[in-house]
Design a protein around this ligand. Structure first.
Ligand code: CP
Length: 310
């Protein structure tokens, strides 16, 4: 099998987004992730990163992404340098690039970067020697999330060719939505986005998705529904009157989920605002893939690190 890196010559050093990747690259990452998942389950994980350092650079908070990159790196024998903006010299005025270049000087093979500004990971990639993996940049992309989401969907649905996936909620501020639109379309799915008109970006159809104005009707016809949190931290003014109103119009309740097709599944990247975009019955119910997504995140990030942490 070709390594994922060798199948995508134009993206040999960094994983900055899903846009522009080839289907063969994504499928090779999935093959590697499957292999890692099986090996970990059998207690036979490989350690291809022994002697290397993976640096986590998180300028924004994270629970799932940071911890799963850390575990993925350690399971493959790497040392992990965990850097977060809190408690760092950012408080003394150190810039993004100075921070990244100083961490790069410590000698990591790869740097996993999360930042609140779109393009931050790409900017860093131009100034460091190590590989850069985008762990979420503003409202732009979150490639490892989209890969683990698609990997989870493939496990549940078998194939994505011709499947209909509805991504619902705050599309405007969502890097998860953008990466997923690219990834799901690459794998043959039809993608619809739905949410309050104030949270649907003008021209989103240019990414190859359709806008579903009637959320309940879209849910009934979907093979998968991906619910997104409203990102209040990225809004200057609230895009809807109240959380109650949002839940009534755009929330996935048990009553609405009961109208989904047999076998259709519900995803959420986390963190969930229970009772707003998703009811607890649905989040913890049989259709939910939420914890599988988190578990698969480790295998996917092992595959990503093995590919990029040279
Ligand atoms: N899905 C996701 O990115 O979660 P964290 O913010 O906890 O990493």
């Amino acid at each position: 099998m070709n390594s994922p890196r060798s199948t995508n010559a134009q993206r040999t050093s960094h994983l900055l987004g899903i846009e522009g990747l080839e289907r063969s690259f994504v499928e090779a990452i999935f093959s590697l992730a499957k292999e890692h998942k099986r090996a970990v389950a059998n207690g036979k994980s490989r350690a291809p990163l022994t002697g290397r350092v993976v640096a986590n650079l998180f300028f924004e908070d994270s629970t799932r992404t940071r911890t799963s990159f850390e575990i993925a790196a350690k399971m493959m024998g790497a040392e992990v340098l965990n850097w977060t903006a809190t408690g760092s010299s950012v408080s003394k005025g150190e810039t993004l690039l100075d921070t990244a270049r100083n961490v790069d000087a410590i000698g990591p093979a790869a740097m996993v970067v999360r930042h609140g500004s779109s393009g931050a990971a790409q900017l860093i990639s131009r100034y460091v020697r190590c590989s850069v993996i985008n762990a979420g940049d503003g409202a732009h992309e979150h490639p490892s999330q989209a890969l683990l989401d698609a990997f989870t969907l493939l496990e549940r649905l078998g194939s994505l060719d011709g499947k209909r996936v509805v991504i619902a909620g705050d599309i405007l501020h969502s890097r998860v939505a953008r990466s997923n639109i690219h990834c799901l379309r690459l794998l043959g799915a039809e993608v619809l986005v739905s949410g309050p008109p104030t949270l649907i970006p003008v021209g989103i159809e240019a990414l190859g998705c359709r806008v579903a104005r009637e959320f309940p009707a879209a849910v009934e016809l979907a093979d998968a529904v991906m619910m997104l949190r409203v990102q209040v931290e990225r809004q200057t003014e609230l895009a809807f009157p109240s959380a109650q109103e949002y839940a009534a119009h755009w929330g996935l309740t048990a009553a609405l989920a009961s109208r989904m097709k047999p076998g259709a599944v519900v995803l959420h990247p986390g963190p969930i605002n229970r009772g707003v975009e998703l009811s607890s019955e649905v989040a913890d119910g049989a259709r939910s893939t939420i914890l599988d997504q988190v578990s698969n995140g480790v295998a996917i990030r092992m595959a990503i690190l093995e590919t990029f942490a040279w």
